[in-house]
Write a protein that binds this ligand. Structure first.
Ligand SMILES: Nc1ncnc2c1ncn2[C@@H]1O[C@H](COP(=O)(O)OP(=O)(O)OP(=O)(O)O)[C@@H](O)[C@H]1O
Ligand SMILES: [Mg+2]
Length: 316
């Protein structure tokens, strides 16, 4: 198995704060590893060590089989990094930013220009290419950041919360960029606080908390940790919600919840319960606009693992 990057027992301290407490991460070549964790979990720190920007205090990290401390310069030639905070020069145009990066990477000016134009076109920025980056919207800035990390045709790309703060349409743009990178054989480490995002993009997910991996697996494996499935029903006529609640409660033997207006959900084991709910709804003549059987969300996974929701701080 060829690993595009890996960390083993990686430790990083900042004064009294242990940001990484012995973290193990690995991604096979051409896959997307989602590193999922709440604020302060250590995501950015892990990325910065892998990207040779921070020296670890213990353990090791390698990219393309090269140790990030001993072979930092060679590692830098393999990677692209999009930081959590924008890294482009505000006063330069989109085109100038990318050409500058190309030249820093030793491309000849003409070559850097060709590469920049290609990336700007790929990222839907061709029309804005001649405008200073400070005039770009948040979504355009993010795309320029992503393009900047790809100028050097990296084999491994680190994307640190690439969609934080983007509206859903712009988030979808970034998602399709990540998918096309992976399709081209690039290995991606994607950090995110969005469980849905890791689910949508990652081949494997490492859930981290307080600088440690607390779970690792495919999205489906992580969801199975919680066990069982969830039935969701939204009756066409909201007035019939109490009847629906009674039906799903009886069939499942569990207490249904109402996570939003007009819908009811209940955990079930096995899909026989689903068939039974459908039969009962039909018999009572209750029409539905939404009816589903799904695996738990990754937020429910995090809650199962830690006893906390992703937004909550651990009790001191
Ligand atoms: N340069 C630094 N100096 C001191 N403490 C730091 C530094 N960088 C990170 N930390 C601390 O290390 C811990 C991990 O931080 P890190 O930025 O890696 O988390 P994160 O998972 O990226 O969080 P977020 O989702 O908020 O970006 C936090 O407690 C943070 O306060
Ligand atoms: Mg971070």
């Amino acid at each position: 198995m060829t690993l595009a990057f890996e960390t083993e027992g990686l430790v990083k301290r900042f004064g009294k704060t242990t940001a990484l407490a012995g973290i193990d991460l690995a991604a096979r070549r051409g896959t997307v590893l989602g590193v999922l964790g709440p604020n302060g979990a250590g995501k950015t720190t892990a990325v910065r060590v892998l990207a040779t920007l921070l020296r670890p205090d213990g353990g090791r990290a390698a990219v393309g089989g090269l140790d990030v401390v001993r072979h930092a310069a060679r590692v830098r030639r393999l990677i692209g990094l999009t930081g959590q905070y924008a890294s482009v020069d505000e006063d330069l145009t989109g085109m100038e930013n990318l050409v500058l990066i190309g030249q820093l990477l030793d491309l000849r000016r003409a070559e850097a220009g060709t590469r920049a134009r290609r990336l700007l076109a790929d990222f839907g920025l061709a029309e804005a290419a001649g405008r200073p980056a400070r005039t770009y919207s948040g979504g355009m800035r993010r795309r320029l950041d992503l393009a900047a990390s790809l100028v050097g045709r990296p084999q491994v790309v680190f994307l640190d919360e690439p969609t934080t703060g983007l509206d859903p349409a712009k988030r979808d743009d970034v998602w399709s960029i990540v998918r096309s990178l992976a399709g081209d054989g690039v290995t991606v480490l994607l950090t995110t606080q969005y469980l849905e995002e890791a689910d949508a993009l990652a081949d494997d997910i490492s859930v981290i908390d307080h600088g440690r991996v607390i779970a690792h697996g495919t999205p489906a494996e992580l969801k199975h940790l919680v066990g069982g499935q969830t039935i969701l029903v939204r009756p066409t006529d909201p007035a019939r919600l109490p009847e629906v609640t009674a039906i799903v409660g009886e069939v499942s033997g569990r207490t249904p919840e109402s996570p939003g207006r007009g819908v009811v959900t209940v955990p079930v084991e096995g899909d026989a319960a689903f068939t039974e709910v459908v039969r009962r709804l039909d018999r009572e003549g209750i029409g539905v606009t939404e009816l589903s059987l799904r695996l738990p969300s990754l937020d429910e996974v995090f809650f199962t693992l830690t006893g906390r929701h992703t937004g909550e701080e651990a009790a001191a």
